[in-house]
Write a protein that binds this ligand. Sequence first.
Ligand code: FHN
Length: 442
Amino acid sequence: DGQEKLQLKHGSHRVGKRTDAVMAKWRGYGLGQFIHWGLYAIPGGEWNGKQYNGAAEWIRSWNGIPKSTYDSLIYKFNPVNFNAEEWAATAKQMGAKYVTITTKHHDGFCLWPSKYTNYTVANSPWKKDIMKPLIDAYDKQGIDVILYFSVMDWNHPGWRYDIKTKEDSIAFEGFKQFTRNQLLELLTLYPTAKGLWFDGTWDKSWVKQAAFADELETEMRKLRPGLIIGSRFRADENGKRHFDSNGVLMGDYEQGWERKIPNKIEDVHGNDWDCVMTVPENQWGYNKAWKGHIKTTNELLEMTAKCVSLGGNFVLNFGPQGDGAIRKEEKQLAAQIGDWMKTNNEAIYNCEYAGLEKQDWGYFTKKTGSDKLYMIVFNVPVSGALKVKLPANTSIGKSYLLAQPAQLLNTEEISGTEYFIHLKNTAAGKPFVVVLEPNAKK
Ligand code: FHN
């Protein structure tokens, strides 16, 4: 665009999408699961009968609870109802193709027995590793695992929000080594994990570590070829996060879509991306008292369809209880989403942006590597006629409901490449998928 590019030492190392098979698989996932689990699940958003108003996994930051009291929750971590196979089966039932699990959230508590801190499952009454059985169970179900890791660590004495004094800088040097040790440890202990999902990387202290983080990323990628890392890990030397000073994405996919979804393809700038979403407004860890609007199955399906239609993955968060069980509301959502996915997953898995003009009835997706189009319908017009505008040199070909492939739908040419597809039944109640197999125009 004629704009001069800055010479960056620690900017992005690639322009455009990754082209390898591991990333192609990631791109085709469509639907994923997020798990936030740690000590915060024990209080579940409540302390001494008082409700904390923030996100339950942030309760340690609340004035209403002394830090040392929170940290002592390690002595209460004994999730007797934890069943890794059940978690993986729930994700499988939902139709998730990958899961991102909090190995360590901001509180610093490690779900694996890290050698580099005492603040781990090993020193809880539970004693055992949580990550290993989880990764094994998800692997067995064919669900790829990504390791969530918070750089910010409230428990580590070397953590700083900023580096202002000599003392800070010495402390933070120690913290950087600790972080490197833990990451290399995770990659070594869990060689089947496909990637790292970073968080807690926004504070000045870390943003100033462009060179260190860049080297560490290179080291991790060398250790584990194919490793997937999003745009939240490191900043460039000017402190730019996600996108470097030249506006180029840093990392393999854009990690900025948290509880929000792009509206048009231009919003994603040709990058890979995923959207992570909570069931209530903003609760990731277990909260006993979900407040406000709780998203319904249909809303979550619509978000899934919208994400896939714009080339992204949709990742739904689960916050298991302190005892290790998945709450009943989440189990129910997983079952209902899974019911829909059973019939309609063809329109979600290995699909991409279709390149067609958005219509009011819902979302187009396209099977990657084929011409096959899917119309995921959420709003049925009273006329029962779904409008489709095809690219030049294509005509409508066959169309049918994914649920009833033997019954072809009537189509009508409006003008040029514009068509109506006539539904036989307008009483939907549930989203459904119309398959469209276009023809090359004679
Ligand atoms: O502060 C965290 C929050 O607790 C949660 O883990 C989310 C998930 O994307 N990330 C941070 C906020 O961006």
